[in-house]
Write a protein that binds this ligand. Structure first.
Ligand SMILES: *Cc1c(COP(=O)(O)O)cnc(C)c1O
Length: 831
């Protein structure tokens, strides 16, 4: 086929696209929807299933998204713009349909078009599942960034893995978490487009051969023992009234489906087996929110998607006649945590071994291409791969890592670094079994390193990567996380969105700072009443959902006190439970004064192998059973554990919360983004000075934030002085009573042993210092109750919280990445 130079617009004109073909009027949408139903799905109205209706609507909207997308690509290409590749092993996009309708500004048109066909948009929206291709915050951040990249018109692409099974589905059976597989593709996925022609071969294992060629050039051949093909699956991501970008996910397949050299029947089956083994690589997401060392398949997943992505970028770069040596001028590659950090070695391999660029020049290109985002300070979560495993799976990369390391350590020696310092900074950890420190590889191989909140970036520089920050102070920076406020307010809380827009217009959708115009209404009684009405409506809707999911009836007039996020000791869900037990005991004693009637809502998944986290879920369900069944107690408090927290559920929960629990031990939560989503929906926060809580409090004002607990410095001081949790048990009557209750048999039908592991953990180590922070937390809860009882005061604080949250849009985060790291400018399409 010959190349075409006509503009896309002229093609659009010739097919009427824009006018009616992918038009946005009610009539256009209705026509297109029926068209999809008949000619794409072959369905007659009398026999359609809810999934058919959803699929037809999704395809209708996808056409409209693609129209934007192809225009964006044309513009990016014509302007030869510098772009960004975001490499992330996880994405949590959530349902696409509602968000795309908002972005195309056709919610009302679609609703009406469907109503004329006697169909209900909300029912169709409810039909959509979600791609659970991530564990929690990190994956959701990647998806928020896709939304903002598209909205800001940044030439960009998000690369990742198309897991066939995403994060497990959580069910609660007899109070325990049970995991079942997430078959997110079983009803089809109308949003993705498979690109059989965009595929790359990825090698694994084997050995290397070194030699000097005829021109005296040192060369290395990698002779792998297996090869796997990665095929691209594209999902268009729309921005708000703006461009479209793609999320390109790789699926693993056998290089050849059948080995034609084999005729024998037995070997035929062996050949098919080999195909199945290849496909295993992208079969399942590891359901751990932390790092898993030693899992061979996990390393293969990381390398697989990184290699496909880099090969794809090199193709895109050289396709239009550009020189590979200018790769870094065309692309900035952002590493979302260390999961894709093997990319540093892979780009070196591609440049040096496959494209014959000399080492020094290749290293310059590499170091000007990558930037690395660190997401954790937990030492146990810093990724490492043993030298023996890495050498077996990626023999050439291990050699490259050693070469990078020896040159780097030489540099340090020249600068006069001590042996101790050099051992600390080496890419290889020689203590115990030698292993590769992926955070060091990412840091050495990048031009910028960032943390995800002010506090986290400061701790990163002063602790985890301290030596590197001293060596390269200019390399370190901060980009505070943000969230896609269009999804998490405009789509999921239309009541609030309408009220806001009615007062201050629609500017906040693309410029969140303009929410500050709401400040002047904070004390307006009429406005306050409408603000409360919206919250009550959202709580009523959640009340129905809770009953459907758990059978528990709750009262929307109660204070909804919510902690939803992954279950982890450092996040301290059990601190909130200890307080609930304290309230229970008080109520049983008849001391009910000052307790504001409250419903405590929890949700979140525990890693399947994390025993204490699963026991915390069991504790929540045990306390729920006790409290909810007790007539004396359940008038004042109720407890709910909502199973299977995911983006779709999150979109129901955040808008209905009055109080947001952000109570991690200071110094442990890198940023948090749940904290932002709650506050943007008008919840007040009870929290520690951890992650982005610090900045949220700075913005909303100390008087509008319920602060408690030790600071990071105080936590460390407590530890240095020798923290003895048992002392708190002995000296604090309340703590003793609550902890003894755990093992009293009053929970879980008389089982005294069930919660002993938690009891002992708290008394003996209490690694997250719950007992030390307990009194301060309880005292702050008293203040929460007091303010809640003054609804005008509460509402004023709620309005001020929303009005002052302008900083926490992911639009602002992406703008910061552009300015501080990528040096990339927007290319907006003109319509
Ligand atoms: C925002 C979000 C998270 C992250 O929550 P944190 O409170 O920041 O830990 C996790 N999962 C889902 C589904 C989310 O939407």
């Amino acid at each position: 086929m010959k190349k075409h130079n006509r503009s896309i617009e002229s093609y659009f004109e010739s097919i009427g696209a824009g006018a009616s073909d992918v038009g946005l009027s009610k009539e256009d949408i209705k026509k297109a929807f029926l068209h999809k139903l008949f000619y794409h799905l072959g369905r007659v109205p009398a026999l359609t299933t809810p999934n058919d209706l959803y699929t037809a609507m999704a395809l209708t909207i996808r056409d409209r998204a693609l129209r934007k997308f192809v225009r964006s690509i044309e513009e990016f290409t014509q302007q030869d713009a510098r772009g960004v590749a975001y490499l992330s092993a996880e994405y949590l996009p959530g349902p696409h349909l509602g968000n795309n309708l908002l972005n195309l500004h056709i919610v009302e048109e679609t609703k009406e078009a469907l109503a004329e066909l006697d169909l209900d948009l909300d029912e169709i929206l409810d039909q959509e599942g979600e791609p659970g291709l991530g564990n929690g915050g990190l994956g959701r951040l990647a998806s928020c960034f896709m939304d903002s990249l598209a909205t800001l018109g940044i030439p960009s692409i998000g690369y990742g893995i198309r897991y066939e099974f995403g994060i497990f589905k959580q069910e609660i059976k007899e109070g325990w978490q049970m995991e079942t597989t997430d078959k997110w593709l079983h009803s089809g996925n109308p949003w993705e487009i498979v690109r059989p022609e965009i595929s790359y071969v990825v090698k694994f294992g084997g050995r290397t051969e070194h030699r000097t060629n005829g021109q005296n050039r040192y060369e290395v051949d990698w002779l792998p023992d297996s090869e796997i093909k990665g095929t691209a699956y594209d999902t268009p991501i729309l921005g708000y009234q703006s461009n479209g970008i793609i999320m390109r996910l790789w699926k693993a397949e056998a290089v050849e489906s059948f080995d034609f050299s084999v005729y024998n029947i037995g070997d035929y089956y062996r050949a098919v087996e080999k195909k199945l083994r290849s496909e295993n690589i992208t079969k399942v997401l590891y359901p751990n929110d932390e790092n898993l060392s030693g899992k061979e398949l996990r390393l293969k997943q990381q390398y697989f998607f990184v290699s496909c992505s880099l090969q794809d970028m090199i193709r895109l770069h050289t396709m239009q006649g550009r020189k590979l040596k200018k790769f870094h001028e065309k692309f900035a590659i952002q590493l979302n945590d260390t999961h894709p950090s093997i990319a540093v070695a892979e780009l070196m391999r591609l440049l040096v071994d496959e494209h014959e660029i000399e080492w020094d020049e290749a290293w310059d290109i590499t170091r000007q291409t990558f930037a690395y985002t660190n997401h954790t300070l937990l030492p146990e979560a810093l990724e490492k791969w043993t030298v023996s495993l890495l050498g077996r799976i990626l023999p050439r990369h291990l050699e490259i890592i050693y070469e990078i390391n020896s040159r780097f350590l030489e540099e340090l020696r020249d600068k006069g670094y001590s042996g101790d310092q050099i051992a600390r900074m080496s890419l290889i950890d020689e203590q115990g079994e030698p292993s590769v420190r992926m955070a060091h590889l990412a840091t050495v191989g990048s031009f910028k390193v960032n943390g995800v909140s002010e506090l986290h970036s400061r701790l990163l520089k002063s602790q985890v990567l301290n030596d590197f920050a001293d060596l390269w102070p200019g390399k370190f920076t901060n980009v505070t996380n943000g969230v896609a406020h269009r999804r998490f307010v405009a789509v999921s809380n239309p009541g609030l969105a309408n009220l806001i827009s009615e007062k201050i217009g629609f500017g906040w959708l693309t410029n969140l700072s303009s929410l500050s115009e709401l400040e002047k209404f904070a004390k307006d009684e009429k406005f306050q009443q409408r603000w409360r009405d919206v919250k009550l409506q959202n709580k009523t809707a959640l009340t129905r959902f809770i009953e459907e999911q758990t059978g528990v009836k709750v009262d929307p007039d109660m204070l909804f006190d919510v902690q939803v996020k992954r279950i982890h000791e450092y996040k301290r869900q059990h601190l909130m439970v200890l307080h609930i037990i304290d309230l229970y005991l008080r109520i049983k004693d008849g001391k009910t004064e000052n307790i504001a009637p409250s419903t405590f809502i929890f949700a979140g998944k525990a890693a399947p192998g994390y025993f204490l986290a699963k026991l915390i879920i069991r504790l929540i369900t045990a306390v729920a059973d006790l409290v909810n069944d007790d007539e004396e107690v359940n008038k004042l408090i109720k407890v709910v554990f909502l199973p299977n927290f995911n983006v779709k559920q999150a979109q129901r929960v955040y808008p209905a919360a009055d109080l947001s629990e952000q109570i991690s031990m200071a110094g442990k939560e890198a940023s948090g983004t749940g904290n932002m989503k709650f506050a943007l929906n008008g919840a007040l926060t009870i929290g520690t000075l951890d992650g982005a809580n610090v900045e949220i409090r700075e913005e909303v004002g100390d008087e509008n934030f319920f602060l408690f607990g030790q600071t990071t410095e105080e936590i460390q001081q407590t530890r240095r002085e020798g923290y003895r949790p048992y002392q708190y048990y002995e000296e604090n009557e309340k703590i003793k009573r609550v902890l003894d209750f755990l093992v009293s048999g009053e929970l879980a039908n008389g089982d005294k042993d069930l919660f002993k592991p938690l009891y002992h953990n708290l008394l003996q180590q209490d690694p997250y210092q719950l007992l030390k922070d307990f009194d301060s937390y309880c005292a702050k809860k008293e203040e929460v109750f007091k303010v809640w009882n003054d609804q005008e005061e509460w509402t004023k604080k709620s309005i001020l919280n929303v009005a002052r949250m302008g900083k926490f849009s992911s639009d602002r985060s992406i703008q910061d990445y552009c300015d501080r790291i990528w040096q990339v400018k927007p290319v907006k399409i003109q319509e």
